[in-house]
Design a protein around this ligand. Structure first.
Ligand SMILES: *Cc1c(COP(=O)(O)O)cnc(C)c1O
Length: 359
């Protein structure tokens, strides 16, 4: 019946055949600090309210195709109307829809590495050519390099990420302003960790500005399981995205979950504040160890062991049932590891294991 595994009967697109896919190993460990989720669940009252909502769903009907109420509520967060909000299944689907709409065959997207791997991956998946600029040794954007890439490649899409994953650095407002002013195409600022940062590119939005800012419920809203993200941008751009995304892409329960989550904004902000405090404690503790540490404006911290290979330290942590992100072999991040902020107890276990791993 089945063809031998080494000779599949059909071939994927040639470029897909050469791709590696996106990997983030999920091992069975006691302390999971590898995917930048919130260490705590959303409020119990949210879960109760959502349970009541399940009973109200008309399961035999398609959901509200435009997700209008959800988009209205999200818009209220940012002082814009629903026509300026595009929501999808995680901000990754938001990015994919942007690439399908403004990228694609014959078009180009620019990224500045190291940055979030999905920006180039989703670009390529959608047939978009990727051009790459470098960051400085401190992982900052460099104005001259930005100008070079924008002038040479004339990208249709320019991706920025602030705070940048996996470095944690917040992009400089002046540089982002410069990119928005000079980029020939659309600028996407990925703010998956925006609430942790001291400033937001949301303030640069305008009806005639080809800029979108993406956000997600996965990190600060403690709702990675829900798969819900959105962007805020000009209404004319959101209208184009609506043409491209599949009909009824947001199911009824997800729309309800997103709406209800927004009733608990103070609780979200309290979680963010306590994580920011925990970040200070973790960075201080790392600074006392034999590692280089980068300043973070997010809920994770990038560091590099000075004496031992990053790979070995990562494995030693796994052996102690602590999982963090191994960036040691990523271009520009040689030897680096990224740890997500957990609960104080989880972070203590990580620090203890790291101390052992380094000695
Ligand atoms: C986690 C992350 C996302 C993914 O968000 P989803 O909404 O879960 O798809 C997007 N961008 C960056 C930079 C991230 O770190």
């Amino acid at each position: 019946m089945s063809a031998p595994a080494d000779t599949p009967p059909v071939s994927p697109r040639a470029d897909v055949a050469l791709m590696e896919g996106y990997h983030s190993p999920q091992l069975d460990v006691a302390v999971r600090l590898n995917t930048n989720e919130s260490p705590v669940a959303p409020p119990a009252a949210f879960v109760t309210a959502l349970q009541a909502e399940v009973a109200k769903v008309e399961w035999h009907r398609y959901p509200d195709r435009r997700a209008w109420e959800l988009r209205t509520r999200i818009g209220e967060l940012h002082g814009v109307g629903p026509e300026q909000v595009f929501a999808a299944n995680g901000s990754n689907e938001v990015l994919q829809t942007v690439c399908l709409t403004y990228g694609g065959a014959g078009r180009t997207a620019a990224v500045f590495e190291p940055t979030y791997a999905l920006h180039s991956h989703i670009s390529r998946l959608t047939g978009t050519t990727v051009v790459t600029g470098d960051r400085t040794d401190d992982f900052a954007l460099d104005a001259a390099e930005v100008d070079r890439v924008l002038a040479e490649a004339r990208p249709d899409i320019t991706f920025l990420c602030s705070p940048n994953n996996p470095t944690g650095l917040v992009e400089e407002p002046e540089l982002v302003r410069h990119v928005v002013a000079t980029a020939p195409g659309l600028v996407v600022v990925d703010e998956a960790y925006g609430q942790f940062a001291p400033w937001s590119a949301l303030e640069l939005l305008g009806p005639d500005v080809p800029l979108v800012v993406t956000r997600t419920f996965s990190k600060t809203w403690s709702m990675a399981a829900a798969r819900l993200g959105y962007l805020v941008g000009p209404a004319w751009l959101v209208a184009e995205l609506e043409k491209v995304v599949l009909p009824y892409h947001l199911d009824a329960l997800k729309q309800a979950a997103g709406r209800l989550a927004l009733d608990y904004r103070p609780e979200m902000e309290a979680r963010v504040a306590s994580l920011v405090e925990e970040r200070g404690r973790l960075v201080a503790a790392l600074t006392d160890l034999d590692v280089d540490v980068w300043p973070s404006g997010a809920n994770f911290v990038l560091f590099r062991p000075r004496q031992r290979a990053g790979n070995d330290v990562w494995q030693a942590l796994v052996d102690r049932s602590v999982l963090i992100r191994n960036c040691a072999s990523w271009p520009g991040l040689e030897g680096c590891l990224r740890v997500t902020l957990g609960t104080p107890a989880e972070d203590d276990r990580f620090l203890e294991a790291l101390q052992e791993a380094l000695s």
